[in-house]
Design a protein around this ligand. Sequence first.
Ligand code: ATP
Ligand code: MG
Length: 139
Amino acid sequence: MAGNRTFTMIKPDAVAAGHIGAILAQINKAGFRIVAMKLTHLSAQKAGEFYAVHKERPFYGELVEFMSSGPIVAAILEKDNAVADFRTLIGATNPANAEPGTIRALYAKSMGENAVHGSDSDENAAIEGDFHFAGVEMF
Ligand code: ATP
Ligand code: MG
């Protein structure tokens, strides 16, 4: 059965560029309900833990540095088929390959600074949501 929840972050590049409102409007328009949300700033250690799955990749150091470089918006979103539909809404990892109108096509600067995160599975959506939020912060 398709899962109902995904986890997202509006990354430091998009927050710094003033795109929080526009991105949230696009998320709402696409039919996602906000279950949990906060503006926060990851330490390098927390960013490293979050992306630990990429530890062996050549871009890991750069990714951790970028994700801890400024505030982010973290959120849990709900909708039928949330994980897959959200990844369609954000577009490809590299904005040069992202479909026109997707969040990354509109707001991402590069493969590294690509405006938003979206979970890649129901299992990771739950893990990532729990990483950022306590149960009492989910509504
Ligand atoms: P995310 O997990 O952030 O939603 P994704 O699932 O589209 O992105 P992943 O393969 O999980 O892509 O990579 C995680 C993040 O690492 C990317 O969003 C991007 O910021 C960074 N990244 C991935 N590949 C590269 C690369 N070749 N060079 C620089 N940064 C990269
Ligand atoms: Mg990913």
